[in-house]
Design a protein around this ligand. Sequence first.
Ligand SMILES: [Zn+2]
Length: 195
Amino acid sequence: MNATVERYQRAVQSSNLEVDELAPGDVDALIAAGLVRDGLGPSLIRLRSERDAVSKLPGARSLTPLLKSMTGVKLRMHQMAIDAAALLCPDLPEAEAKAVAERAIDFFLDPNCPPCGGTGIVGEYGKPQHTCNACRGTTRRQAYFGSRQDLEALFDRLMRVMEEKVDTAWRRIRSVKAEVESAKGMIEGELRRVR
Ligand SMILES: [Zn+2]
């Protein structure tokens, strides 16, 4: 069996690439097969699936920095923050740009507003419910930077880029999934031919 077919097969076997059901390792398999180019988007998807895998364990928050994809994501995000800061707030020290990047990663992994649990609504059971004051009903955690509009602009930029990169990566993964399905037929034909 040739190497390409073998690589395709490994990717096919990792299957189950559902939007919310990506097993850790699936993205790696697609990258190893040359079907998805590695980058920030795939790294963030991997990181989130690693985080989901440990989220029910006690002390999940303290495990987050240890996740396999964290080091790579941090390096990419640090660089992106430094590059974005050069345009948005040129006087910002690199260390501050990096700290904003790490805050953005934290919000990416844990976006829900704590007081309302990400529902946008608060109120005791059986009593009138009202819109959550902390997130104003957006369901998202709010990052406060006080008077530091430069940090806020950088944070918003990083969050937007992360979302775009993840969206693009998902679109690619879904289209690859379709390609892999059709490759399955090709592999089966090839296997019949070489046997
Ligand atoms: Zn809220």
